[in-house]
Design a protein around this ligand. Sequence first.
Ligand SMILES: NC(=O)c1ccc[n+]([C@@H]2O[C@H](COP(=O)([O-])OP(=O)(O)OC[C@H]3O[C@@H](n4cnc5c(N)ncnc54)[C@H](O)[C@@H]3O)[C@@H](O)[C@H]2O)c1
Length: 563
Amino acid sequence: VDIILVGLPGSGKSAIGRRLAARHRAAFIDLDDAIEAGTGRSIPEIFAEDGEATFRALERAAVAALGPPDAGEAVARVVATGGGAVVDPRNRWQLYRGRLPVWLDGRPEVLAQRLRRSPHVRPLVTGREPIAAVRDLGRRRERFYAAAHRIVGMADVRSVVAAVDDLVATAGGGGAAWRRGTSLLSASTPIGRYVLGDGMAAEAVSTALHDLGARRAILVSEPGARAAAGDAIAASLTAEGWPVEVIELPRGEAAKRLAVVETAARRLAELRAERREPLVAIGGGALGDAAGFLAATWLRGVPLIHVPTTLVAQIDSAIGGKTAVDLDEGKNLVGAFHRPSVIVTDVAFLRTLDERQRRAALGEAVKMAVLGDGRLFEVLESDGDAIARGEAAAFDSGAVAEVVERCAWAKVEVVADDEREAGAVGGRITLNLGHSVGHGLEAADGYRDLLHGEAVAHGLRAASRIALELELVARDRVARIEALLDRLGLGIGPLALPADAVRVAMGRDKKHAAGRLRWVLPSDDGVVVRDDVPEAVVDPIVDGILAGRTLDEVGAAGTAGQA
Ligand SMILES: NC(=O)c1ccc[n+]([C@@H]2O[C@H](COP(=O)([O-])OP(=O)(O)OC[C@H]3O[C@@H](n4cnc5c(N)ncnc54)[C@H](O)[C@@H]3O)[C@@H](O)[C@H]2O)c1
């Protein structure tokens, strides 16, 4: 096995790594040293001369150069990472999968002391009050380190080495933890615990149940998600000794009915489920909305563990605490805000998803990228189509995990700032990018043929063209957004929907401020919110979308070239 040491600058990764490697007659690799040797320059020089981005690119190359993990029981290599290496999702994928990552979690005071005495200059903490700088860095990086096995606050090298040895023995002991699932991210957030990984769902659910003091596992799922995830989780929990109950709801949108919630609640009554007993919702957005509503209302609210199994659910619906069921009069009309205790996101489940489901969900991913994540935009440009197709390479390279992490974490941050949609600019309203027209299309379609993400993709094109028409954004940026959608095969071609019905539905859209539609529109570096967009601008653009006109066909000014 390879041991990967992570932690803040000054946590002793190099000293401990060297000692560990010597003890196990293993190779020792210091990633920072490897970068310095490779470039013939010191890290402070690289930072000063070429900037952090260049350093991070060198770092990514050094991580990739490690090659595949050693699969043996004995310690083969010990790798000390630079403090920031695991911030990058792709590095974490490389470093944590199939290896044994260990977080040397020292106290900030001790780390700051060591940094003061250190002969090296640590670029990210120089020129600042060291303890505050270390604390601040720790807060920002905790979720990356916390996915590794944690060794807390030991001052001397010898006891840390002994603790790592224990870890190797217990984690290796028959089970070889590094061959089971991988944890990639572990965060305590204001909107619940968030964990992300690959093949780790059953273990994470078990941990969550323990932490919540559960005495049994009550799983709520549906046939599709059971086959892909729920049954395996149930089997694993049973094997571990948990009593397991499964409540099965209907597949798809049919789960989101009050009658279904009533039947499920009566099952809970039969099971005598109590006020503190958590429900585990395993499924896509529809299952999560229905099971979430059940958890919000059963005994006026019980703890909820979300296990999202579709791309829609992993990047969107499981985060944010919105639960709802539908009425004949409309979707999501009866619901509640209910914050999950834990969200367990396992990207392995996405492998079995229908291509169309994955592709449509990428409409939401493009939206998150446009909101301000340049790297996400690039990953979607390079790997988006392979992700939609479900190509093994897209999973194995970590591209899928990176897209899920970037989208999900962005939503966590937005929602944590504005949980109940107070409507602060920059808050949750920005997530509505592409949704004004998108909702109009879905409603006009009667929620029949268009998937939500597909509608959002058309809506993104509409929002981009409106922004272009109002001169809020450069044409290059709109062209790049639409080219990405083209590449993903989203929002293309005419829609056989009556324009009037789309307009009426848009008028009914929930995101109103004093009767006016609030538009979220792309700007050059993110989005702006406007409630003064004239219908005279919107109508012809929506007509163009319905007619399947491309950006080139509608001309430089969005509306020019109308038939
Ligand atoms: N609460 C929110 O904030 C929020 C946000 C967005 C969407 N939503 C809701 O989400 C719903 C759409 O979500 P969805 O697209 O995930 O739908 P879904 O839950 O109906 O799942 C889609 C299909 O995939 C199957 N499936 C689930 N997991 C699978 C897996 N791992 N492998 C193979 N098949 C699998 C299901 O059986 C189903 O047939 C809508 O009801 C929408 O209103 C809610």
